[in-house]
Ligand binder design. Structure first.
Ligand code: SF4
Ligand code: SF4
Length: 321
């Protein structure tokens, strides 16, 4: 990542992406209450990208990090081949999954330090099962995590904080995940998708209140969310968005302007970069941005604006993550 940053800076590239969010399919085996994807793309859920299109997108974006997400990407026909090809291209991969198919899928993947399963948990068992609308879903995912660890995989988890999320329940969940031996815990506020009932999402003020407490947990849990981003969501720092930092590619094309909102899709990465009015979104003038603190919009800003002191903190964080 450091080499990639330096190369772009030295070549005077003003806007470059850091993490490709690849959604090879939006098909899913769950219908979570807070999910925008299965609602926005309900007419095309059966579609999936060809393996060639996925690899072309990876080569177009040229990011050092690849997040494979969806939908449930374990339902993607070519998931193991996609991971293998991306590893051969030297990518660091986060494979996001709800965990339901994790245990049975493990034999199709090989553990390597460059590949991390990122399993979604939104609360302790009763809370998580209500959010995902599936009794037994928590247990299945946790069994998947333990099985993955037993086979030598790196496993992180991802928790979305909603308006009804209780901070004490999240602390109990993190205790459980720590005991299960996860390598890291990511935590972020829920995304305010237009397609989802707004009541489930936090306003900026509500995010700050919940994250003041969460960010004070320090080293009690293996939290690997970016420390500067955690300061931002706890209201201790202000950041502008970098919507091109984590571009999203899905079966419809390159999503513009960002992971969260869709004005259009472009067929190539170059068209996305040229066709999107980035200044408009960076300015925060768009009303849809007013409550947004989503990590894929604001984490890249940290890298973009990083001074020396932040660079050392980021380095320490990267070594610990
Ligand atoms: S598992 Fe993920 S993609 Fe599937 S419904 Fe839930 S949030 Fe959406
Ligand atoms: S502030 Fe949020 S919604 Fe607006 S462009 Fe950035 S990531 Fe997208």
């Amino acid at each position: 990542m450091t080499g990639y940053l330096l190369r772009n800076k030295l070549h005077g590239v003003e806007r470059f992406p850091l993490v490709l969010m690849l959604e090879p399919t939006h098909r899913c085996n769950l219908t979570c209450a807070g999910c925008g994807r299965i609602r926005e793309y309900h007419d095309t859920l059966s579609k999936e990208m060809s393996l060639a299109d996925c690899l072309k997108s990876i080569d177009e974006a040229r990011t050092p990090v690849l997040t494979i997400t969806g939908g449930e990407p374990l339902l993607y026909t070519y998931a193991p081949q996609l991971v293998q090809e991306a590893l051969e291209r030297g990518k660091h991969i986060y494979f996001c999954t709800n965990g339901l198919l994790l245990e049975e899928s493990l034999p199709f993947f090989k553990p390597t330090p460059h590949f991390t399963w990122n399993v979604h948990f939104d609360g302790t068992e009763p809370v998580h099962d209500v959010i995902i609308g599936k009794p037994g879903g928590f247990r299945k995912a946790l069994e998947g995590v333990k099985a993955a660890k037993a086979r030598g995989f790196r496993v992180s988890t991802n928790t979305t904080v909603y308006r009804d999320s209780s901070v004490s329940d999240i602390a109990k969940l993190f205790e459980q995940l720590k005991k299960a031996g996860v390598d890291g815990i990511l935590v972020a506020p829920g995304f305010s998708y237009e397609e989802v009932v707004k009541d489930v999402f936090l306003t900026r003020n509500e995010i700050v209140k919940k994250f003041r407490e969460i960010s004070s947990w320090g080293r009690s849990f293996p939290i690997i969310s970016n420390p500067i981003y955690l300061e931002f969501v706890a209201g201790k720092r202000s950041l502008k968005c970098t919507p091109w930092g984590n571009p999203t590619r899905n079966p419809q094309g390159w999503k513009s302007p960002c992971y969260l909102i869709t004005d259009t899709h472009y067929s190539t990465f170059a068209e996305l970069m040229e066709g999107t009015d980035w200044d408009h979104y960076v300015s925060g003038a768009d009303p849809r941005c007013s409550q947004c603190m989503v990590h894929c919009g604001f984490e890249p800003t940290i890298v973009r604006q990083m001074g020396l002191q932040d660079m050392f903190r980021m380095l320490r964080w990267n070594l610990n993550a």
